[in-house]
Design a protein around this ligand. Structure first.
Ligand SMILES: Nc1ncnc2c1ncn2[C@@H]1O[C@H](COP(=O)(O)OP(=O)(O)OP(=O)(O)O)[C@@H](O)[C@H]1O
Ligand SMILES: O=C(O)C1=C[C@@H](O)[C@@H](O)[C@H](O)C1
Ligand SMILES: [Mg+2]
Length: 184
């Protein structure tokens, strides 16, 4: 595995982080700014099952969702020049971490708990993993998940920044890296 035959500039970009940090929103904006295709893994899974994530969890269970998630990420991460947002639970699978870190440039979108909890109402209805949990339980999940996101190439601070600013910071960081490390 790996992407030895790909230049840094050709590698696909992957966004990771907890539910609701902005992977889908920011990923699609970065794709637009770089004129690249945007792939949202949750949306790809929903297309394959032709039902929303909550229904997939109810009908087939989380295990089936996770297996499909791994297969779709494996497929797209090996392609060039994509901008990929994975689901908040994708990096719980070590295999997915390995696939993404070896083939792509992985950005971790970081958001503090204090800022995140202001956003909960925007996302709770469509995220089955959050449903039926108290705020304290969600807080515990938020902190437990952080260890998985530590496996990345670059961390992006998002607290108190609007979507446009975060996307611009990412594009700037990429352009700097491409200039510094690509040999041509
Ligand atoms: N920097 C930001 N400032 C304010 N609101 C934001 C910011 N980033 C994202 N949001 C809002 O937070 C909500 C969740 O964002 P988004 O769906 O992109 O998260 P996600 O990381 O893709 O979540 P999931 O892992 O569950 O797919 C959206 O309503 C989005 O508009
Ligand atoms: O954090 C998670 O476990 C999840 C996040 C979402 O992006 C979806 O992938 C799904 O709702 C599971
Ligand atoms: Mg998303």
């Amino acid at each position: 595995m790996g992407s030895d035959n790909m230049s840094l500039k050709e590698k696909s970009i992957v966004f990771i982080g907890f539910m609701g940090v902005g992977k889908t929103t920011i990923g699609s904006l970065v794709a637009k700014k770089l004129y690249r295709d945007f792939i949202d893994i949750d949306q790809e899974i929903e297309k394959e099952f032709d039902m929303p994530t909550t229904e997939i969890f109810k009908t087939f269970g989380e295990k089936v969702f996770r297996e499909k998630e791994k297969n779709i990420i494996d497929f797209y991460s090996k392609q060039k020049l994509k901008i990929i947002s994975v689901g908040g639970g994708a990096f719980l699978q070590e295999e997915i971490q390995k696939i993404c870190l070896s083939n792509c440039i992985v950005f971790f979108l970081d958001l503090s708990w204090e800022s995140w909890k202001e956003r909960i109402n925007l996302i709770i209805d469509s995220r089955p993993v959050l449903q039926g949990k108290s705020l304290d339980e969600i807080k515990e999940l938020f902190y437990t998940r952080q260890q998985y996101y530590m496996n990345h190439h670059s961390k992006v601070e998002t607290d108190n920044l609007d979507i446009e600013s975060v996307a611009d910071n990412i594009v700037d960081a990429l352009k700097t890296a491409w200039e510094l490390y690509d040999e041509h």
